[in-house]
Ligand binder design. Structure first.
Ligand code: CP
Ligand code: NVA
Length: 294
C-alpha cells in the first residue's frame, strides 16, 4: 500500500491485515513502541476534529514518531499557496502526509505531487481510517464474513468507506437512506451481491449492527434544516434498533447529534459500542501508520 486514500482503492488482504493488526495492537498498547522512531508525520485539518486529530497524534507519539499538526488557517491550502506546491514542500520535510479536506480531489492532487504516503483523514468522499476502526469494532462482535450491517441515514463519506469495507471482507451491507441521499453509484456498484440500498427502514430487521451518522456533515450546515425534514423517518430510536437482532450493537462514528439521527436511548443502550469504536480509532491509526511506514 502506497497511500491510504479510500477503501475503494484498498485490496481485501490489505484491509484484513489492517483490522487484524489494530486488534493485536489493542491487546498491548506498548506494542511497536519504537517502530516509527525518527519519522515525521504531518497532520493537516481543513475542518474540525476530535477523534481523528487526537488518535493520529497519539498514535504517532506512542510509536516514536514526531507529529506536526497544521490547520487551514496557517497553511492556506489552495488559497495562500497552490495545493501542488504545498504537497511538494511538505514532502521535503515529512515522511507521511495525513490530511482532512473538503474536496477529495485535493487529496488525489497531493498524492500525485508528494512522494511520501498520503492518508485521508476524511474527505467528502471517504473516511477510510474510520472504516478500519469500524471493522475492528464489528469484528469484536461477529466474524466479518458473517455479519449483517445496516447503515441508516445519509449516503455520505462514512457510509461509503463502511459499505466498501464490509462488502470487501465478505459481510452483508444494507444501506437505508431517504430518496435522494443514496451513496454514490461507484460505491453501490462495487458492493456487488453483498450490498442492498433501499429507502425502507424495515431493512434493519435482523441486522447484527446498526450504524448511523449525522444528517448534515461538516460543510453542509446550511442544508441542516432541509435535511432534518428529509431524514425524520430515519432516526435510529428504540423502535428502529428493536428491529435488529436482540444482541445487535449500535455504532456511530461520532460526533453524534443526539435527538436527530440517534436518540439518547439508543446511544446509551447496553448494545451501544460507540466509545469502543472511538477508542479503536487509536489502534486502527497505529495499524495504518505501520502499514505505510513500518
Ligand atoms: N469520527 C471522527 O472522525 O471524529 P472527528 O471528526 O472528531 O475526528
Ligand atoms: N459525515 C461526517 C463525519 C464526521 C466524522 C462529516 O463528514 O462531517
Amino acid at each position: 500500500m502506497i497511500d491510504f486514500i479510500g477503501i475503494l482503492d484498498t485490496r481485501a488482504d490489505t484491509l484484513a491485515r489492517l483490522v487484524d493488526s489494530a486488534s493485536r495492537i489493542k491487546q498491548d498498547r506498548g506494542l511497536h513502541r519504537s517502530a516509527l522512531t525518527g519519522m515525521r508525520i504531518g497532520l493537516f485539518f481543513e475542518k474540525p476534529s476530535t477523534r481523528t486529530r487526537v488518535s493520529s497524534e497519539i498514535a504517532s507519539v506512542e510509536m516514536g514518531a514526531y507529529p506536526v499538526v497544521l490547520g487551514q488557517h496557517e497553511v492556506g491550502l489552495g488559497t495562500r499557496e497552490a495545493v501542488r506546491d504545498v504537497a511538494r514542500v511538505l514532502d521535503r520535510y515529512l515522511d507521511l502526509l495525513a490530511l482532512r479536506v473538503f474536496n477529495h480531489s485535493v487529496l488525489v492532487e497531493i498524492a500525485r505531487y508528494a512522494e511520501a504516503p498520503v492518508v485521508n483523514l476524511l474527505s467528502d468522499v471517504e473516511h477510510p481510517c474510520q472504516a478500519v476502526a469500524d471493522l475492528q469494532t464489528i469484528a469484536e462482535h461477529r466474524p466479518l464474513d458473517e455479519v449483517v450491517v445496516a447503515y441508516v441515514g445519509d449516503g455520505n463519506n462514512v457510509c461509503h468507506s463502511l459499505m466498501a469495507g464490509v462488502t470487501l471482507l465478505g459481510g452483508d451491507m444494507r444501506v437505508v437512506c431517504p430518496p435522494g441521499f443514496e451513496p454514490s453509484a461507484r460505491f453501490v456498484e462495487s458492493g456487488g451481491d453483498g450490498l442492498t440500498v433501499s429507502s425502507d427502514p424495515r431493512a434493519v430487521e435482523g441486522a447484527d449492527v446498526v450504524y448511523t451518522d449525522v444528517w448534515a456533515s461538516m460543510g453542509q450546515e446550511s442544508e441542516a434544516r432541509a435535511r432534518a425534514e428529509a431524514f425524520a423517518a430515519y432516526r435510529v430510536d428504540g423502535a428502529m434498533f428493536g428491529l435488529a437482532r436482540p444482541d445487535a450493537i449500535f455504532l456511530h462514528c461520532l460526533p453524534a447529534h443526539r435527538g436527530d439521527e440517534v436518540t439518547d436511548e439508543v446511544i446509551e443502550h447496553p448494545g451501544s459500542r460507540v466509545f469502543d469504536q472511538a477508542e479503536n480509532r487509536l489502534h486502527a491509526m497505529k495499524a495504518i501508520l505501520l502499514e505505510l511506514l513500518g
